[in-house]
Design a protein around this ligand. Structure first.
Ligand code: SF4
Length: 323
C-alpha cells in the first residue's frame, strides 16, 4: 500500500470577489507530498502562486475567500477547522510561512530578539526563551548577538535569515516560502537556497517553495508544479519536468532559461500574456499562446492526464488515462 501523503491538496479554489467580478486566482489545484518531499511552484507573475501560498496557510484576506477543496495535513483537513483552532494548533506549530517581502515587514522599532520572543510568548512556549532564540539564529547561520540588533542594522540576506528563523521557531512540519530570495543578489540567493536545503535535511520539514524562477526552484525541489492562470498545468518530479516537459507552457518556460554554454544568443521568451483571471476562457487557458493549439482546446478545459511522476493538463496527452 502506498504511504499516506503528508500533505494532500485536492480541488483547491480561492477566489477574489471584486466589484468587477470574480477573480479565479486558484482554480482547482491538486498535489500530494510525502515525507520531507519539497515542491516548487513556478509560474509567471499574477498566475495565482502567492494566493495558493496564502490559501495553504489559511491566510486569505477580504475580498479573497477559499471557495472549495481540501488541504489535508496528516489526518486533518485544515480548511474544515474554525480559524481560531487553526491559529492556536496549526499556524507556526505545524505550518509556517515566509511571506513575500516579509523581511521588509520586520518591525523597525523592535530588536530581532524581541520580535522572536513575541512569537514564542504568543504561543505559550514554556522552554528557555533566550536559549531558543539563540538556537534559532544559530540554525540559520546567524550569531546570537543578532538578537540585540534592529532590522535596519542587518543586510537583506541577514533579514531574510531572521524571517526564516522566525517561521521555524515552533518547528513546523511544513514551511511555505513565497519568493524568499526576491530582491536579494545572486550570491545571497544561493546562500538562502542552501540554507533551506540544509534545514530540510536536518529537520525533515516539507518545503513548498513559490517562485517565478524555475532554475532556482530546481535546486531544492523534488517535485515541481507549473502554475498557469490559476491552475497547475503540469506536476512531476524535478528530473522529469526538466528532462521531458510535457505541457507546451512548461516546454516554453524551460526553453526560456538562458544557458551559459549554449551558442544560442537569443533568449526564447514565452510570447503573449496570460488570460485575465477575472473571466478566464472556457477551454484551455494557454490556448492563445500555445503553438500546438487545436479546435478542441478552445472548448474543453483539459483534465489531468497521468504522467510517470505526476500529471499534465493538455489535450495532446488525451490518449492516457485521466487521474
Ligand atoms: Fe495547447 Fe491544447 Fe494543450 Fe492547451 S490543451 S496546452 S492549447 S495543445
Amino acid at each position: 500500500m502506498p504511504a499516506k501523503p503528508k500533505l494532500a491538496v485536492s480541488g483547491l479554489k480561492s477566489y477574489y470577489f471584486t466589484e468587477k467580478g470574480i477573480v479565479k486566482a486558484v482554480d482547482g489545484i491538486n498535489f500530494q507530498l510525502s515525507g520531507d518531499e519539497s515542491l516548487g511552484i513556478v509560474g509567471e507573475s499574477a498566475c495565482g502562486k502567492s494566493t495558493l501560498g496564502a490559501t495553504l496557510m489559511c491566510s486569505m484576506q477580504q475580498p479573497g475567500k477559499i471557495t472549495g477543496g481540501s488541504v489535508i495535513l496528516g489526518d486533518t483537513d485544515i480548511l474544515e477547522m474554525p480559524i481560531s483552532e487553526f491559529n492556536s494548533k496549526i499556524r507556526w506549530k505545524k505550518v509556517a510561512m515566509v511571506f513575500q517581502g516579509a523581511m521588509n515587514a520586520l518591525d523597525p522599532v523592535y530588536t530581532v530578539g524581541s520580535q522572536l520572543m513575541e512569537v514564542l510568548k504568543e504561543h505559550h512556549y514554556n522552554g528557555n526563551i533566550e536559549e531558543k532564540i539563540s538556537e534559532s539564529l544559530r540554525q540559520v547561520g546567524l550569531d546570537r548577538s543578532v538578537a540585540k540588533r534592529y532590522p535596519h542594522e542587518l543586510s537583506g540576506g541577514m533579514k531574510q535569515r531572521v524571517v526564516i528563523a522566525m517561521a521555524l521557531l515552533l518547528e513546523p512540519d511544513l514551511l511555505i516560502a513565497d519568493e524568499p530570495t526576491t530582491a536579494l543578489d545572486v550570491l545571497v540567493q544561493s546562500q538562502i537556497i542552501r540554507l533551506l536545503k540544509r534545514l530540510r535535511k536536518e529537520k525533515g520539514i516539507t518545503i513548498v517553495l513559490i517562485s517565478h524562477d524555475l532554475a532556482l526552484v530546481s535546486q531544492i525541489a523534488d517535485k515541481i508544479g507549473i502554475m498557469y492562470a490559476g491552475q497547475l498545468v503540469e506536476v512531476g518530479s524535478a528530473g522529469e519536468i526538466y528532462r521531458n516537459p510535457k505541457h507546451p507552457y512548461t516546454q516554453a518556460l524551460i526553453a526560456a532559461v538562458p544557458r551559459l554554454r549554449s551558442k544560442e544568443k537569443k533568449i526564447n521568451f514565452v510570447k503573449g500574456s496570460p488570460p485575465s483571471l477575472l473571466d478566464p476562457p472556457p477551454g484551455c487557458r494557454f490556448y492563445e499562446r500555445c503553438p500546438h493549439a487545436m479546435d478542441a482546446c478552445k472548448k474543453q478545459d483539459p483534465p489531468e492526464f497521468q504522467t510517470e511522476t505526476g500529471y499534465v493538463r493538455c489535450l495532446l496527452h488525451d490518449d492516457k488515462s485521466e487521474t
